[in-house]
Design a protein around this ligand. Structure first.
Ligand SMILES: [Zn+2]
Ligand SMILES: [Zn+2]
Length: 346
């Protein structure tokens, strides 16, 4: 965990919260502005999409673009998670550019923000300091009500008076010109995903009527629904076995849950993931269907990505906790990041 050692908390840090969490100042203001704009468009667009669907109807063009963009961005968040956060494989700059583009098209925040938040989540999983736990709110107070906690994990956390310091959690991303290009230009990619691509396809196949339907239903509404599907990982897959099952006794409330796993292409195998955070392929049984993992393995077979981390690499690295199982979590969540920083001499 070299990446987060030896850093003094910045101004705006809350003494009750772990370092790397900022509770006031320009970083928090910027986070709120991003959230207001993105969710304003997505929620406003979703309401308009439902009105349009009942009033004007939607056809095969709108449904096809919805499904196509949902699948593409679900794979994109898989790359965001397994490549940019956990470095579960490696690839060259062209491939990294493609992965960064698809990840940013998901309209779930910039690579810098997503990576920082998710690393903080692993480090403090279901403890004070977690970004989106069903058990603790944004400033580390325990929830008395399971329902309140679940709604915080599912989406309320976005409105917390707290944000994650990228300089603390994601120095590798800050030093990566490709990831930072997509971080700076995120709004163009959100507009492409939620408006321009669906609108252009709609116009090409059905004129102005399909164009409006596609922007509302297949662009804005789809972005919101897809974000909510991803968020099931934060709520349902941290429900401490209320939904799904726990294959490993980790020191958090993670579970593997079937419906979330299908909707997120494998990210719902979240107990497996917290146990072995750097694994590229999350399935430990035939009924654990990890489409994103299979895509990464397929890209490896094609030679487009390499050094795919998995059970073999765990054995070779011979970290004792990686071989023995038991109640250990997040031990190797940042090993790949530390390796990258070392090899780059940072
Ligand atoms: Zn988690
Ligand atoms: Zn993770």
């Amino acid at each position: 965990m070299t990446v987060i050692e030896g850093v003094v908390p910045e101004a705006g840090a809350d003494p009750k919260m772990p370092p790397g969490v900022v509770v006031e100042g320009p970083l928090v203001d910027a986070k709120f502005l991003d959230s207001y704009i993105a969710f304003g468009f997505m929620i406003g667009g979703s309401i308009a999409a439902l009105v349009w669907a009942f009033w004007q109807g939607i056809g095969w063009v709108e449904v096809s673009v919805f499904v196509g963009m949902f699948l593409l961005t679900t794979v994109g968040i898989g790359f965001m998670h397994r490549y940019f956060v956990h470095r579960s494989f490696r690839c060259g700059p062209v491939m990294r550019t493609i992965l960064a583009a698809i990840a940013t098209l998901a309209v779930q925040g910039s690579i810098l923000k997503w990576v920082s938040n998710h690393r903080r989540h692993h480090l403090h999983s279901d403890k004070p300091g977690d970004v989106h736990s069903p058990y603790y709110d944004g400033v580390g107070n325990r929830y008395a009500s399971f329902l309140k906690g679940m709604s915080h994990a599912q989406g309320g956390w976005v409105w917390d008076q707290a944000t994650t310091d990228g300089a603390y959690y994601a120095r590798d991303i800050l030093a990566d010109p490709i990831a930072m290009f997509f971080t700076r230009t995120r709004w163009y990619w959100y507009a492409l995903s939620a408006v321009i691509i669906p609108g252009a396809i709609g116009y090409a196949f059905g004129g102005v009527h399909s164009m409006i339907g596609c922007v509302l239903f297949s662009g804005l509404f789809r972005s919101y629904i897809m974000t909510m599907a991803t968020s099931l990982v934060n709520s349902v897959c941290h429900s401490d076995g209320r939904y799904g099952y726990r294959r490993f006794e980790t020191n958090d409330g993670t579970t593997n849950e079937f419906v979330t796993t299908i909707l997120t292409f494998g990210e719902g195998l979240h107990n497996n993931h917290h146990r072995f955070p750097r694994d590229a392929y999350l399935s430990h049984a035939w009924y654990e269907i990890d489409i994103n993992g299979l895509i990464i393995l397929g890209l490896g077979k094609l030679g487009l990505v390499h050094d795919i981390f998995g059970v073999g690499a765990r054995r070779r690295s011979a970290a004792p906790d990686a071989q023995q199982g038991g109640a250990v979590a997040s031990q190797n969540a940042f090993d790949g990041v530390a390796e990258d920083l070392r090899s780059a001499g940072r």
